[in-house]
Design a protein around this ligand. Structure first.
Ligand code: ATP
Ligand code: MG
Length: 510
């Protein structure tokens, strides 16, 4: 990567502080951004990254400290003002209007940011179409609500890129993207940086930081820890600055060679749903963690949602411990102990306005309720505290709404909710999306412990290193069918990508 001039500062943050009631989210944070630099911002879930970005974008007001743009102190009082100052922001949580088209969403941003009365709509349209085409073939006339999460994320990115900004903030843009989509984004980022645009890049994935960024600043518990040149450090240095200790075993041990998976827990035969998937057959064994890989749109989520009867008109057989099940609705599935963690935690994973405790126990009312439908709040709170503690959840008290948690901590609540029902089989769709490295390792360890104790575990992930690190076996889905299996030494990124895009085998995998 070309080096960046060190004296050309575009943005400086000096001693910034911010509290939410008793929670001190930022305690004297410093940060500076050079022209044409890609600067990573790292830190555990709840460290204060999004809060800092929301202040730069004028969404939140700081309690103290200073923001300087081109050496001059500024007070940014609204997102529209931030846009006029040339600051573009891709939010961690998708914030598009679902009922209007892709193009209209992009134009809304542009109209807000306009620095003059004249809008060059034709120019905008061309730029938007160009960027959308590059990012991933999205129809500008499609309604945003009909797009997948990853496509919505791409629209969010296109919206920011269409504006002509000097500072571009990307808050975990790749959490919802496939590897391929992420690579396209990185190319665009490098081009922008080469043109002199400065980028603040937030991610929990060390590989991304090390391949694309010039410097990295680390926050911990709202405090500024350090700023380092990426070229002169290793990922372990960043992790250590983030968590204050060394994490050496990122993935728990797998089933040892010769230690075979046990009896079949779940047996799926000829599962079919009209156009979406066909003749899906596989068996999930005791003790193993089974992975599902595939490109976006391949049908991974659809298949597991079909098994749990969350959607679609599904035919085929589902047997649990050799016993055929008659599942019609998701409630039947939950009653059998088969649960699904959604990839869309905001849409159908969590009740954001409700408390942490209420969310954790949402699937488990039978056990928590002390007769006559009354909820035992003490038991509910205790359970949330116990599971929250295991997952290192950062929160004030279990009665606070989930909406007040950082993105990664919301994901941890969604996982705690799954674990609360003592399930027989858990399907986890992108379980560690947005979760920091420490908590990620903890979630993987919990999954491994559950597998060892006899719970069936299936993980869908777009992050291939995660699948390869965690799973004993990976099934690759392509165009609604199982295209093949990777296991043992065969479980490499190349092999999985090959099966996902070309594939050499169709049919049952047992
Ligand atoms: N609106 C709010 N009300 C109360 N607390 C809040 C609010 N917004 C953020 N916080 C708290 O501020 C702290 C910092 O949160 P922030 O979202 O900045 O973390 P983050 O570094 O972006 O984490 P993540 O990696 O999980 O996205 C957390 O403790 C969070 O719970
Ligand atoms: Mg955040």
């Amino acid at each position: 990567m070309p080096s960046v001039k060190t004296d050309d500062l575009i943005l400086e943050i000096v001693d910034l502080t911010k509290s939410f009631g008793p929670i001190q989210a930022l305690r004297g944070v410093n940060f500076d951004l050079r022209r044409g630099e890609i600067h990573a911002l790292a830190g555990e879930n709840g460290a204060g990254k999004s809060t800092l970005m929301n202040i730069i974008d004028g969404i939140l007001r700081p309690d103290g400290g200073e923001i300087r743009l081109d050496g001059k102190a500024v007070s940014i009082t609204s997102p529209a003002m931030a846009q006029r100052l040339g600051i573009g922001f891709v939010h961690q949580e998708i914030a598009l209007c679902p009922d209007v088209t892709v193009a209209e969403n992009i134009f809304m941003g542009a109209t807000n940011a306009s620095r003059s009365l004249w809008m060059d709509y034709r120019g905008l349209e061309e730029r938007a179409a160009d960027i959308l085409g590059k990012l991933g073939d999205i129809d500008p006339a499609a309604l945003v609500g009909t797009l997948s999460i990853s496509q919505q994320q791409l629209v969010e990115i296109a919206k920011a890129l269409t504006l002509d900004c000097r500072v571009l903030i990307l808050d975990e843009p790749t959490a919802a993207l496939t590897e391929r989509e992420a690579r396209v984004l990185f190319e665009i980022m490098r081009k922008l940086a080469a043109q002199g645009i400065s980028i603040i890049y937030i991610s929990h994935r060390m590989v991304e930081i090390f391949e694309n960024c010039h410097r990295v600043t680390v926050l911990r518990d709202g405090r500024y820890i350090t700023t380092l040149d990426v070229a002169s450090i290793k990922p372990a240095d960043v992790v250590k600055a983030m968590v204050g200790r060394v994490i050496d075993n990122l993935y728990p041990p797998k089933l040892a060679a010769g230690e075979d998976a046990g009896d079949v827990i779940l047996d799926i035969r000829d599962l079919t749903e009209r156009e979406r998937f066909r003749d899906v057959s596989f068996a999930l064994h005791k003790g193993e963690i089974l992975g599902f890989a595939g490109l976006i749109g391949a049908g991974r989520s659809e298949i597991v949602k079909g098994i749990c009867r969350l959607e679609g008109e599904v035919t085929g057989e589902v047997a649990l411990h050799g016993r055929p099940l008659d599942l019609r609705h998701y409630a039947d599935s939950i009653a059998q102990g088969i649960v699904y963690l959604s990839e869309d935690r905001k849409g159908d994973g969590l009740f954001l306005d409700m408390s942490i405790a209420a969310n954790v126990s949402a699937l488990d009312l039978d056990r928590i309720a002390s007769g006559a439908g009354v909820i035992d709040e003490a038991a509910e709170a205790e359970q949330a505290e116990k599971l929250g503690g295991r997952l290192n959840l950062k929160y004030g008290h279990v009665g606070q709404p989930v909406s007040s948690l950082s993105g990664g901590n919301q994901q941890k609540v969604a996982i705690a909710k799954m674990l609360s029902v003592s399930p027989q089989v858990i399907f986890l769709d992108e379980p560690t999306r947005g979760v920091d490295v420490g908590a990620k390792a903890e979630i993987h360890r919990i999954l491994r412990d559950l597998a060892r104790s006899g719970v069936g575990i299936v993980v869908i992930s777009s992050e291939l290193p995660e699948l390869i690190g965690v799973c004993d076996r990976v099934l690759v889905v392509r165009e609604g069918r199982i295209a093949g299996e990777a296991r043992g030494d065969d479980m490499t990124e190349d092999r999985i990508m090959y099966l996902a895009s070309i594939g050499d085998q169709q049919g049952a995998v047992r």
